[in-house]
Design a protein. Structure first.
Length: 156
């Protein structure tokens, strides 16, 4: 079993872009977005992925995650089975101290939303916070991608 431990934050400026060492285009849809399990199909640049995530713990930082690479064409076909709302975004990777922040710049109906995530080894692990890191939104379901696909940021 794989466990994902991460914290999420809003982003206060575009300054992160100057420090990004990688940028990827991501398209993703949800085959199932029940609160007990999320099954996601994703295309990241030219690769396909199928991901299953379990429910988050009480504070929203930790949950089961299983991911396998699949054929890109198969991933494209699976989008036809997805629930309403496809997410498109650019993901930037920024190294800060010993951690790598992933900043998602959402497109389409979620345009204008920027969310930073940092994966941790332990829920209480300390990490350096860059100046562009804003309010913490870890565990706030409104900011989960599966919710953004149904209730886009531009409708809030």
């Amino acid at each position: 079993m794989t466990v994902e431990i991460e914290r999420k934050f809003l982003v206060t400026s575009l300054d992160f872009k100057q420090d990004a060492f990688q940028k990827n285009y991501i398209k993703q849809g949800f085959l199932n977005s029940d609160k007990e399990r999320v099954v996601r199909v994703r295309i990241k640049d030219d690769k396909g992925f199928l991901t299953i995530k379990g429910p988050s713990n009480a504070n929203g930082t930790t949950r089961f995650e299983w991911e396998k690479e699949i054929d890109r064409d198969e991933a494209e076909k699976l989008f036809g089975l997805c629930e309403k709302g496809i997410i498109e975004k650019y993901r930037y990777l920024i190294k800060t101290g010993k951690h790598i922040f992933e900043v998602d710049e959402f497109l389409g109906e979620n345009n204008g939303l920027f969310i930073a995530e940092v994966e941790l080894e332990d829920e209480n692990e300390h990490f350096a916070k860059p100046q562009w890191l804003g309010k913490e939104v870890t565990g706030i379901a409104q900011y989960y991608n599966s919710n953004l696909s149904k209730h886009p940021y531009n409708e809030w």
